[in-house]
Design a protein around this ligand. Structure first.
Ligand SMILES: [Zn+2]
Length: 454
């Protein structure tokens, strides 16, 4: 690795590979990975057997796409079976020997029992590199101080992120948010961070609370970068604008925790970046599939599908055709910022999807639409359902906060919002207004949906 801090990319050699060269590298790594997974895990061996093939029979990416996906539910079942039969959660899926595994991460567990994944020192080094690639693109260099204001117990927003920042050579302050907002602000005052990593909603909360708790606006924290993590709100241009103005900082959205799928947005001037640049393609093969039929969807510009990924050159618990339940849109045309690589936008969870009169709607799309009227609305809202989705009997009920308008103003806002919803989402919700500050602010991931009796 060059120590030249003026270079634009952390790993110029890999990050600027042509599409063809990258695909060739992926294929070479995939062949080795298939053999490795097949030989070391009965679960993966069964995946090959399901299509009557051995790794050497898989001749190209299309062949590979015939292997059945692994879902999170299936992963959970395998984990339980592994515990029951072998007394270890990894016996069936982990491919490295127990003595080589140096870290266990878990998913956040918001949708059930956490699923575990395992890393060897080799895998940890890959994760560290991916964090370094992302922050380097945004302009972070050794000497910068980064405040890590996430729920550290979320695993991937915790230690793996701290280690990645340290790997780049920057200084991390893993303050966490579990000690409260005042503590984050106190630590910020005495450590003088250049950058903060936080959820967009915590960022908005800091902008609201800084004047009360410190007597000064959030702009005086001196932050030059705000990195959105842990929530999808950071992909919304309006939310980014609020954060940029509130902190006087450049705002980036990024994703990727303790595994091999990592991306970061760009902030080319005058340009709302569409999606995040995918920085880890040399270690993560991305596919899109139809969420219902699981048929492959080609990765064309603007293609939408459920994300399926396969880790490449991975030793601990390598995921193979793993469907996490995230819906993705992919952009393959070059970005105006000049940074290399394809981009993606996370549209939501396939199981968050609501269907209103045959129209598919994602809570994040609702959040983005409401936020277009900020500051006349605060952006806080909940979707109220009589029973769990996806099917919703119209109208879709949305409880949301206005920004302090009187009754007459509210009528005008509601009219405008109704038009926005009809134009961009093709639904006509029923709005229930609340005064600003009525809905609880969550420091971690905000749950937009509430199941409530009518
Ligand atoms: Zn870009």
């Amino acid at each position: 690795m060059s120590t030249d801090t003026a270079r634009r990319l952390w790993n110029e050699a890999v990050e600027t590979l042509s599409r063809d060269a990258l695909r060739a590298l992926q294929w070479q790594r995939l062949q080795r990975q298939m053999q490795y997974n097949h030989d070391r895990s009965p679960v993966y061996r069964a995946k090959f057997e399901a299509i009557g093939a051995r790794p050497e029979d898989i001749r190209d990416f299309d062949d590979f796409a015939r292997i059945p996906v692994m879902t999170k539910d299936e992963h959970r079942r395998v984990q339980e079976e592994s515990l029951e039969r072998h007394g270890s959660p990894f016996a069936l899926m982990a491919c490295a020997a127990a003595g080589e595994i140096v870290r266990i991460n878990a998913t956040s567990g918001t949708t059930g029992v956490p699923t575990l994944y395992t890393l060897t020192a080799h895998d940890v080094a890959i994760v560290n590199e991916m964090h370094a690639r992302k922050y380097w693109r945004a302009g972070i260099r050794p000497g910068h101080v980064m405040l890590q204001a996430l729920t550290l117990g979320m695993f991937t927003g915790g230690l793996p992120l701290s280690q990645g920042i340290m790997h780049l050579g920057a200084c991390v302050v893993p303050v966490g948010i579990d000690g409260g907002t005042r503590r984050v602000l106190d630590i910020a005052r005495i450590t003088r961070p250049h950058a903060i990593v936080a959820t967009p909603s915590f960022g908005q909360y800091l902008i609201e609370e800084a004047p009360r708790l410190t007597g000064r606006p959030a702009t005086e924290l001196g932050l030059r970068w705000f990195f959105c993590a842990g929530e999808s709100g950071g992909s919304d241009p309006e939310i980014r604008r609020v954060l940029a103005e509130g902190f006087g900082a450049r705002v980036f959205d990024h994703t990727g925790g303790g595994h091999a799928f990592h991306g970061i947005s760009c902030d080319a001037p005058g340009h709302d970046c569409t999606g995040m640049h995918f920085v880890s393609e040399d270690h993560c093969l991305l596919e899109l599939v139809d969420p219902h039929t699981r048929a492959s969807i080609p990765l064309g510009d603007g293609a939408v599908g459920e994300m399926v990924f396969t880790f490449l050159d991975w030793r601990g618990g390598p995921f193979m055709r793993y469907a996490l339940g995230d819906l993705l849109q992919v952009w393959t045309e070059p970005c105006v910022c000049g940074m290399p690589g394809i981009r993606f936008t996370i549209l939501g969870r396939t199981d968050d999807m609501l269907t209103v009169k045959g129209v598919n709607v994602y809570p994040q799309a609702i959040a983005n639409t409401i936020f277009r009227l900020y500051p006349r609305v605060t952006g806080a809202f909940r979707i109220l359902l009589d029973r769990p989705g996806p099917r919703v009997t119209p109208p879709l009920r949305i409880r949301l906060e206005h920004g302090g308008a009187g009754p007459a103003g509210l009528v005008a806002i509601e009219r405008e919002l109704t038009t926005l919803f009809q134009e961009s989402l093709r639904i006509r919700p029923q709005f229930e207004w609340l005064p600003p500050g009525s809905l609880p602010r969550e420091a971690g991931k905000t749950r937009y949906i509430e199941i409530a009796a009518r």
